[in-house]
Design a protein around this ligand. Structure first.
Ligand SMILES: [Zn+2]
Length: 285
């Protein structure tokens, strides 16, 4: 039951989020009334969309992927992103259940907060790819959600720190207390990326990445932020090399880094404990 609910919410929020990310211009507030309140329209002929053209995935199929008014092709990105968002919401719910092992109000509180966090990460990823910037309002929102999540964890599970790498986190000097671990994570993330920007004189990372590293570090804490950053660099390097091989980019051009930090967060949240267990097993520790 909760999975169906999460899937439907995922479809709707995916649809809303993608339009928001496409309309954001970098100058106005992300949730400004003109963007959020305005009726949806066909980007080709500007015709206002009727309600039956606004149902995620279903409308696309019924209309055969075309605008009813001007017959312009509607991008496959819309239904794909809506479906991806639906499955992501379900996966987050399943992961919260498996990781925290709780039901009822506690489950829903944690699930909604984690969904809000990953939704904002997905939003900033599309915006960073489009415009090469990470809106400040998203980093502030992420910080607020991170504080709520850590605060709720502390009140619900007590002050012992919870790492996505489980007991293995102690190998990296885990902080016993949840607040010291998460404050240390935020400071470490912020200082590391600020150092990188200063060292490369802003040619690789931007200030937006530094501001994003703070809520990521706060939410994931120490030592999880190390693995999150590591996964971001590995995936960023892999995609960068792929683009160079495909001759889409040169070695000098830069990729937006926000999406890779988001990927790192997805990686730690979903696969952190499993991967660490496998690695320790392989090393025979
Ligand atoms: Zn049209």
């Amino acid at each position: 039951m909760s999975s169906i609910l999460l899937f439907l919410f995922g479809l709707v929020f995916g649809s809303f989020g993608y339009v928001l990310a496409l309309r954001y211009d970098g100058d106005h507030f992300l949730l400004n009334p003109k963007v959020v309140g305005g009726r949806s329209y066909c980007p080709h002929c500007m015709a206002t969309l009727r309600w039956y053209a606004l149902i995620p995935v279903v409308s696309f199929i019924i209309q055969g992927g075309q605008c009813r008014n001007c017959k312009a092709r509607i991008s496959f990105a819309y239904p794909l992103i809506e479906l991806f968002s639906g499955f992501l919401f379900v996966a987050i719910g399943a992961r919260v259940q498996a990781f925290y092992g709780i039901a009822g109000g506690g489950f829903w509180t944690l699930t909604v907060l984690w969904i809000a966090f990953f939704f904002a990460l997905a939003l900033l990823s599309v915006i960073d790819i489009r415009l090469g910037i990470i809106p400040n309002e998203i980093s502030i929102f992420l910080t607020a959600v991170a504080i709520l999540l850590v605060g709720f964890s502390a009140s619900y599970f007590g002050s012992a720190n919870v790492s996505f790498f489980g007991p293995y986190a102690s190998v990296f000097g885990i902080q016993e207390n949840i607040w010291s671990s998460h404050i240390m994570g935020a400071v470490a993330g912020f200082l590391f990326f600020a150092g990188l920007v200063a060292f490369t004189r802003g040619k690789g990372m931007g200030i937006g990445d530094v501001k994003l590293a703070f809520p990521l570090g706060f939410l994931f804490g120490w030592p999880d932020i190390i693995f999150l950053s590591g996964a971001a660099f590995v995936s960023g390097a892999a995609i960068g090399l792929l683009f160079i091989a495909l001759k889409k980019k040169t070695i000098k051009s830069t990729l937006p880094f926000g999406p890779f930090l988001a990927l790192g967060a997805v990686f730690v949240f979903f696969f952190g404990s499993g991967l660490m267990g496998w690695y320790i097993h392989m090393m025979g520790l």
